[in-house]
Design a protein around this ligand. Structure first.
Ligand code: C2E
Ligand code: CA
Ligand code: CA
Ligand code: CA
Length: 275
């Protein structure tokens, strides 16, 4: 009856409050996480399918929380975006990636490291300035993957800022193709050289009827726009083979390697036994 329904409401409200509290406490922890050395990067390689070699790596941020253990970016990047911490976090990430790229270069693997840049930050002129200062001179060593966890409110401004990055020589990739900036209206205006197909279209590539159609038409579109295509979420040899046949340029996924620490990545590249 009514009492039961009220009780259910109370439980639901409580869990909502708990959830909100949880987010707040995580947000508070996040502001100290960088200074406490709790944030670190892992790297995942991208393989060029025709050249059969690793041509770049992607930096993926992780948070080793002292009480909660390992937290993945899906659980704190949105919080960082909401609380205004994403700029500081990203500047830290770019600086660390540049240092780690040096580690790879010194062992003979002078390939760029790609850093994820939240589309939200493309509205922030001060952030863009700071990044330009940081990467000028080492632009060939880094790339940016533009991710869209939040809606880009002013696409013209975002495109202007992307041009500044491209002008100093940073390679740009459009991440998670399908949303926002990667809509057809903007795609041709972007100074991006690479387009990444989201893993949601790749994970079931060889068992789905629709996904191969989407992937193939995306590859063709990107090539028509003179862009290279990376498929992420490549987990099986069958998916990798199909992507090769479809003319996809690069592949990334657990089949090749899980995200690993920079030292392990250097070893992985040294051993060269990934293909
Ligand atoms: P993303 O940029 O699309 O990164 C790919 C995600 O797919 C990563 O998850 C990676 O670990 C995972 N992945 C790679 N290969 C496979 C595979 O074969 N199978 C499956 N099932 N998954 C695979 P991760 O590390 O949890 O990152 C999630 C998202 O968080 C990233 O998605 C990116 O949007 C965001 N992110 C990560 N680092 C940063 C960062 O430094 N800044 C910003 N703004 N966002 C970041
Ligand atoms: Ca990415
Ligand atoms: Ca992606
Ligand atoms: Ca994604």
């Amino acid at each position: 009856g009514q009492a039961r329904a009220d009780q259910r409401d109370v439980v639901r409200d409580l869990s909502r409050i708990e959830h909100a509290y949880d987010r707040l406490s995580l947000m508070r922890d996040l502001s100290k996480a960088i200074g406490n050395g709790e944030i670190f990067l892992q790297y995942q390689p991208k393989v060029h399918l025709r050249r059969q070699e690793i041509v770049s790596v992607e930096a993926l941020v992780r948070w080793q929380h002292p009480q909660r253990g390992l937290i993945l970016p899906g659980d704190f990047i949105p919080l960082a975006e909401e609380s205004g911490k994403i700029g500081a976090l990203t500047l830290w990430t770019i600086r660390q990636a540049i240092a780690d790229q040096q580690v790879l270069a010194e062992s003979g693997h002078d390939i760029p490291i790609f850093v994820n840049i939240s589309g939200l930050l493309l509205a922030d002129a001060e952030f863009v300035d700071q990044v330009c200062t940081m990467v000028r001179g080492v632009a060939a060593k880094v790339g940016f993957e533009i991710t869209e966890t939040a809606v880009i409110r002013d696409p013209e401004c975002a495109i202007r800022h992307l041009r500044m990055f491209a002008d100093i020589g940073v390679t740009l990739a459009i991440d998670d193709y399908g949303a926002g900036l990667s809509s057809l209206a903007y795609l041709k205006q972007l100074p991006a050289r690479e387009l990444k197909i989201d893993k949601m279209f790749v994970l079931e590539l060889t068992s789905s009827n629709r996904d191969p159609l989407i992937v193939r038409s995306t590859i063709d579109l990107a090539h028509a726009l003179d862009m290279e295509v990376t498929a992420e979420g490549v987990e099986t040899p069958a998916a990798m083979a199909l992507l090769s046949v479809m003319g996809c340029d690069m592949a990334q996924g657990f089949l090749i390697s899980r995200p690993i620490a920079i030292g392990a990545m250097r070893q992985f590249l040294d051993e060269g036994r990934h293909l």
